[in-house]
Write a protein that binds this ligand. Structure first.
Ligand SMILES: *Cc1c(COP(=O)(O)O)cnc(C)c1O
Length: 370
């Protein structure tokens, strides 16, 4: 048996009959940029996120950058985020001219440690950018309470969180704005790059509509200086077809996670923990191993099981962010976990047989080595 990390081919086969005509329709209409499909998808995705507005853009990175720009966050400002995130989170903060200020993660949830946020706040802090890492919602109640107390914006990095819930309510509409990614491997993925900003603030939505399109609301009338970060109609057509399937795929991921949890309980690995009032969408299924990670991943690979590392190097240890002046030891949980984490195969179509196959191999390695 060979088990891929994600299986986009199986998913495409399951929706081919729907998605092929939707793409062909765009080609026939030749409305390639900001066509009707973009508007339709934006409306549907806002509703899905239980938020008022959605503006489609060309990537998750752009969504975060434009969300920051729209809130006039820039040079001289500090934005707090977590040390154990994907580079794009910190880059978006950097490229609007602000400075990313990092905080360690909670040892159980891997999300930003909310007890450490206030110590990172200075008189330059203007926003917090929590990440719903691995599909698990950040502790938005605690984050919003801190933000209100210190008059900060909250911009969610929802690139891994499509559909995740806290107390039954979707992430994405919880802060001042949220950035989603539709990179193909995300829970809701386009057939190329794509992203969206979701917000309940009409003025922010209007501003992002201009920012993504060279600063125009009316053609050739440029009220502000914008960028070219538009969502392609073709991608919106794909996303529109896929959105109604998302809850089913996320349920498939949660089922696979439950099988993993059961199958790995007599091993030395640590499985993910989801707080009772939250519903993770398991963008990734990340376990922690006690030692011998390289050998473990090699063993999985030899047996046809793909695995990954998310992420092997924390932001403050990346050469690209050496200017922030952090040093090793600044974020002990993030650093320790970066040596222990392994991501196992995770996608909505994963079968019980496939999960059992992975668990059997983890158990064999665990019995022999740990
Ligand atoms: C994927 C991702 C992004 C960036 O999304 P792109 O669409 O690839 O630009 C940002 N933040 C996190 C946490 C991500 O996983």
């Amino acid at each position: 048996m060979a088990i891929p990390f994600v299986d986009l081919k199986t998913q495409y086969q399951s929706i081919k009959e729907e998605v092929d005509p939707a793409v062909l329709k765009v080609m026939n209409n030749c409305n390639f940029v900001l066509g009707q499909e973009v508007k339709d998808f934006e409306k549907a995705f806002a509703e899905y996120c239980e938020a008022k507005f959605c503006v489609g853009v060309d990537s998750g990175y752009s969504a975060l950058e434009l969300a920051l720009h729209a809130h006039d966050i820039g040079p001289g400002d500090e934005v707090i985020t977590q040390a154990n995130t994907f580079q794009a989170t910190a880059l978006a903060i950097h490229y609007v001219g602000a400075t990313p200020v990092l905080v360690d993660c909670n040892p159980d949830t891997y999300n930003i440690d909310t007890t450490k946020i206030e110590a990172a706040i200075t008189d330059k802090t203007v926003a917090i950018m929590p990440v719903h890492l691995y599909g698990q919602p950040a502790d938005m109640d605690a984050i919003k309470a801190i933000a209100e107390k210190h008059n900060l914006k909250v911009i969610e990095d929802s690139a891994q969180g499509h559909g995740a819930r806290i107390n039954g309510k979707r992430v994405g509409g919880m802060g001042h704005a949220a950035g989603f990614s539709f990179y193909p491997g995300k829970n809701l993925g386009a057939y190329g790059d794509g992203g969206a900003v979701v917000t309940n603030d009409e003025a922010i939505a209007e501003k992002i509509i201009m920012l993504r399109n060279l600063g125009m609301k009316v053609k050739y009338h440029h009220d502000i200086k914008g960028f070219n970060n538009r969502l392609d109609t073709m991608q919106a057509a794909v996303l529109g077809v896929k959105l109604p399937h998302l809850d089913g795929w996320n349920a498939g991921r949660r089922q696979a996670a439950a099988w993993y949890e059961e199958g790995l309980k007599d091993t030395a690995v640590v499985t993910p923990m989801t707080p009772d009032h939250m519903e993770s969408v398991f963008h990734l299924y990340v376990i922690r191993v006690p030692s011998m990670r390289e050998e473990f991943m090699e063993y999985l690979g030899e047996n046809g099981i793909a695995s990954g590392l998310h992420y092997p190097i924390p932001i403050h240890c990346q050469p690209s962010f050496s200017e922030l002046g952090y040093k090793e030891g600044d974020f002990p949980i993030t650093e320790a976990y970066s040596q222990q984490i392994v991501s196992l195969p995770m996608f909505g179509e994963l079968t019980k047989e496939q999960v059992d196959f992975v668990c059997d191999h983890v158990k064999k390695f665990s019995d022999q080595n740990w």
